[in-house]
Design a protein around this ligand. Structure first.
Ligand SMILES: *Cc1c(COP(=O)(O)O)cnc(C)c1O
Length: 429
C-alpha cells in the first residue's frame, strides 16, 4: 500500500510505529498538527508526499548544512556503496575523517566514531567518570544531550538541586548522579560544586544552547566554567553535536576561544547519515578501550557510508569563504526578521550564532530555560502553521533552532522574509 497524503500516512503509521514517528518531535504535537510525511528533498527545498514544496530550515535537525542531496556527497556515497556497506574492520576512511576533524577542531587530539549524538555524549560521560574516578555530573536545564538515562534529566524547577528523571524508566538513582544548573548562571554552578566538592566528574554543556530555542552564552560564562573545572579537576565537555561546524568552522570552541577537555559531535559530520563522535585531549582519549580500560564499542561505528558522507561534507565546508557566505546570508535573514518583529511590536527575543538562529515570542531577552518557557507557545503554534501554508518549513516547536544551509539562495531568503511578515500579520490580527 502506498499512502499519498500525510494525514493518511500518519493514521497508517500509528498502527505500527509508536505515535507514528521514530523520534517524538516529528509528530508536531506541540503545534497541534499532524506531521508532514516527506517524499524527497533537494537543495533548500523539501517536498511532502502530498506534493507541497517548502523552503526548509529544519535541515534534518542540523546535518544538512550543504542543503539536501548535495551532488558531491551523493556521488561519493554512491561510489563508496559499490565497495561494500560495512566491514566491521578498520578503513582508511576513518583515518581521513578523524584527521579532517582534528584539522578543523584543533582541541580534538583524538576522536572515536560512534553512531549518534546520544552515543557520543553517553560515551564521553563514561570516559569522564572513568578518567576522574568520580560519578556525578553537572548539566544545565534545557540543554539536550541525547536520551541516555543520566542525561535525560532537567530540573523541574529552579529550586531542585538533584535531578529528577524526565521520563519514566530512568531510575531515580541514575538521575541523582546528575546535578542541574541554570544556563548562564555561574554562581549556581559554584554553589553546586561547593556542595559536592570532589564528587563531580564533568560539566557538560551546549556552548550555544540550541535545544531550548537558541540561547547564547553570556560574556564570561563559558570562560568561568573553564576556570572552575581547572580548579576542581572537573572535565569540561562541550556538546557540539549541533554547534560543531554550524556556528563556525571550528564550532563554538573556536568562536569563543575556549578549550574543552572533551567535545561531542554528530549531525553535520555524518552529512545526513547516522553518526556521532567524541574526542579531545589525548591523555583522556587514550583511556578508551583498547588502548585503555574504559569500554565503548559499536558494530557499525566508523562505517564507510557515514565516513564518506562526512568527509565529502567537511571537504565542502572547509573551502575558503564557505562560512563567510553562509553566516552572511543567515545574518541578513535574521536582521530582516528582527525588523519585522520590531515593527509588528510583538514581544520577542531573537538570537543568531553562525548559521543557526531562533526566536521566542516573549517579553525580555531569553538567557535560560526558565525564561524560554515563559514564551507564548500558542502564538508560535499558529505562526508555524501559517508559515507552512506559505511554503516555509521551520521546526515544529517553539524550542528548536532554525538552520540555514549553503543551498538557501537569495530568492529563498527573500521569500522567507516575505512569508515571515505575511504569517506574522495573519496571526496577530
Ligand atoms: C541532536 C543532539 C544530540 C543527540 O544526537 P542524536 O544523533 O539525535 O542522538 C545531542 N546533543 C545535542 C546538543 C544535540 O543537538
Amino acid at each position: 500500500m502506498k499512502t499519498t497524503n500525510s494525514n493518511q500516512a500518519f493514521q497508517r503509521a500509528q498502527m505500527s510505529i509508536p505515535g507514528g514517528v521514530n523520534s517524538p518531535v516529528r509528530a508536531y504535537k506541540s503545534v497541534g498538527l499532524s506531521p508532514l510525511f516527506i517524499q524527497s528533498a533537494s537543495g533548500s527545498k523539501i517536498t511532502d508526499i502530498d506534493g507541497n514544496e517548502y523552503i526548509d530550515y529544519v535541515g534534518s535537525w542540523g546535518p544538512m548544512i550543504l542543503g539536501h542531496a548535495y551532488p558531491e556527497v551523493i556521488e561519493a556515497v554512491r561510489a563508496a556503496a559499490q565497495s561494500g556497506l560495512s566491514f566491521g574492520a578498520p578503513t582508511n576512511l576513518e583515518i581521513d575523517l578523524a584527521e579532517l576533524i582534528k584539522s578543523m577542531m584543533p582541541n580534538i587530539e583524538m576522536v572515536r566514531m560512534v553512531n549518534s549524538g546520544t552515543e557520543a555524549t553517553m560515551s564521553a560521560i563514561r570516559l569522564a567518570r572513568g578518567f576522574t574516578k568520580r560519578d556525578k555530573i553537572i548539566k544545565f536545564s534545557g540543554c539536550y544531550h541525547g536520551h541516555a538515562d543520566h542525561l535525560l534529566v532537567k530540573a523541574g524547577s529552579g529550586a531542585l538541586t538533584f535531578g529528577s528523571p524526565d521520563s519514566p524508566g530512568v531510575p531515580e538513582a541514575f538521575a541523582q548522579e546528575t546535578l542541574i544548573a541554570k544556563y548562564n548562571d555561574l554562581e549556581n554552578v559554584k554553589s553546586l560544586i561547593d556542595s559536592y566538592s570532589g564528587e563531580i566528574a564533568a560539566i557538560i554543556i551546549e556552548p550555544v544552547a540550541g535545544n531550548m530555542g537558541v540561547i547564547t552564552p553570556e560574556a564570561g560564562f563559558l570562560q568561568g566554567l573553564r576556570s572552575i573545572c581547572d580548579l576542581e579537576g572537573i572535565l569540561l565537555i562541550f556538546d557540539e553535536v549541533m554547534t560543531g561546524f554550524r556556528v563556525a568552522k571550528g564550532g563554538a570552541q573556536e568562536l569563543f576561544h575556549i578549550v574543552p577537555d572533551l567535545t561531542t559531535l554528530g549531525k553535520i559530520i555524518g552529512g545526513g547519515l547516522p553518526v556521532g563522535a567524541y574526542g579531545g585531549r589525548m591523555d583522556i582519549m587514550q583511556q578508551i578501550s583498547p588502548s585503555g580500560s574504559i569500554y565503548q564499542a559499536g558494530t557499525l561505528s566508523g562505517n564507510p557510508m557515514a565516513m564518506t558522507a562526512g568527509i565529502a561534507t567537511l571537504n565542502e565546508i572547509n573551502k575558503p569563504g564557505f562560512y563567510e557566505d553562509l553566516v552572511g546570508n543567515t545574518t541578513w535573514l535574521v536582521n530582516e526578521i528582527k525588523d519585522i518583529l520590531s515593527k509588528a511590536s510583538v514581544p520577542h527575543s531573537i538570537s543568531q550564532v553562525g548559521a543557526m538562529f531562533g526566536f521566542f515570542f516573549v517579553d525580555g531577552e531569553v538567557k535560560s530555560f526558565e525564561e524560554a518557557i515563559q514564551s507564548d507557545t500558542k502564538l508560535f503554534a499558529r505562526f508555524f502553521k501559517e508559515m507552512l501554508i506559505n511554503g516555509v518549513y521551520i521546526a515544529p516547536s517553539a524550542f528548536e533552532a532554525s538552520f540555514v544551509s549553503s543551498a538557501h539562495s537569495e530568492s529563498d531568503l527573500e521569500k522567507t522574509r516575505d512569508m515571515f511578515k505575511k504569517s506574522l500579520e495573519k496571526v496577530l490580527t
